[in-house]
Design a protein around this ligand. Structure first.
Ligand SMILES: *Cc1c(COP(=O)(O)O)cnc(C)c1O
Length: 302
């Protein structure tokens, strides 16, 4: 984590025509497996777990979760046992994310959806302690205050690499990453932070407000590009992702970064950014999800 992740410019006729500039910060290159925002979020938690002399990490996620994948990889690399509490019954055929987690020696524990919903209840966590012994708890998606601090680094690197950026864009799931990006601006509060929700609904603005360590203005969450909801997609999104890969040689995932980048291109084309704007998109990673997506949907992503 000593080197800054690279920033590249994306050149396309539609961007040029709108008289803006688009850059991408390649957080997907920060680690081959822990990758992207999940590495940023986990890293301070790994340090904290070591400090507390915990040698087991326990966390929550779905069967295709980037966070489960990253936690399993981080456990292997940094010497922790890992336990993944997985939402839903054990699938007949284990997908690529959980296969990888098992290869990293993560213990998988499948719970019903109703049980999973209790993931924050004291009683449920106590029953997990009875079952697995003592552990360092990392919430679903990895979002906690240490994770937010880890994500503040994204902005702090970015403003040193590109001091005159006007917009930073990121995909939003639980809101932890964008909270870090917003609160990491320090003296650069004029930079507008624009989140793209990969979930349906407009509850995220409030959730991010609650996660932010203090009140910040000059940010908002766009809810126009979720494509029907979490992990929902259509042909238009898939062909955008494939086209982007061919033109710029950068893979985007269909759950988060593909939707964000689709949204950015669409807003640029519609003239929603002022002329001269320098827009930085954060590539938050998530590339591992492509394999599992292709297993389910007939290899649609190239
Ligand atoms: C998890 C994830 C997100 C969402 O991050 P939050 O902190 O939960 O908002 C965005 N992009 C990728 C690639 C992710 O894996």
């Amino acid at each position: 984590m000593n080197d800054f992740t690279p920033i590249q410019e994306i050149n396309a006729p539609s961007i040029k025509a709108a008289k803006v500039q688009l850059f991408i910060k390649r957080e997907d290159l920060n680690h081959p497996t822990i990758q992207g925002n999940k590495f940023r979020k986990l890293y301070p938690n790994l340090l904290q777990a070591k400090k507390e002399n915990q040698n087991t990490l326990l966390t929550f996620g779905g069967a295709f979760s980037n966070h489960i994948y990253a936690t399993a990889a981080a456990g292997k690399e940094y010497g922790f046992n890992t336990i993944g509490i997985i939402r839903g019954e054990k699938p007949k055929k284990i997908g690529s994310t959980l296969r990888f987690a098992l290869e990293q020696n993560m213990t998988l524990h499948f719970v019903s959806r109703s049980e999973y919903r209790q993931k924050e209840s004291i009683d449920f966590l106590e029953s997990l302690k009875q079952k697995f012994g003592s552990f360092y708890l990392i919430p679903e998606g990895g979002t906690n205050s240490l994770a937010i601090q880890g994500c503040q680094m994204i902005t702090q690197e970015a403003v040193r690499q590109l001091p005159d950026i006007n917009y930073i864009c990121s995909s939003v799931g639980t809101g932890g990453t964008i909270s870090g990006i917003i609160s990491g601006r320090l003296s650069q509060q004029h930079i507008h932070v624009l989140g793209f929700s990969s979930l349906k609904g407009d509850f995220l603005q409030k959730e991010v407000e609650a996660l932010l360590p203090q009140i910040h203005s000059n940010w908002n969450i766009n809810t126009d590009y979720h494509f029907g909801g979490y992990a929902k997609h259509n042909k238009q999104l898939i062909s955008f992702i494939n086209d982007f890969k061919q033109r710029f040689n950068i893979a985007l995932d269909p759950i988060y970064t593909g939707k964000m980048m689709f949204g950015i291109f669409d807003l640029i084309q519609k003239g929603k950014f002022p002329k001269g704007a320098k827009i930085l998109a954060i590539h938050t990673g998530g590339i591992q999800g492509i394999q599992g997506f292709n297993e389910r949907y007939n290899n649609v992503i190239i």
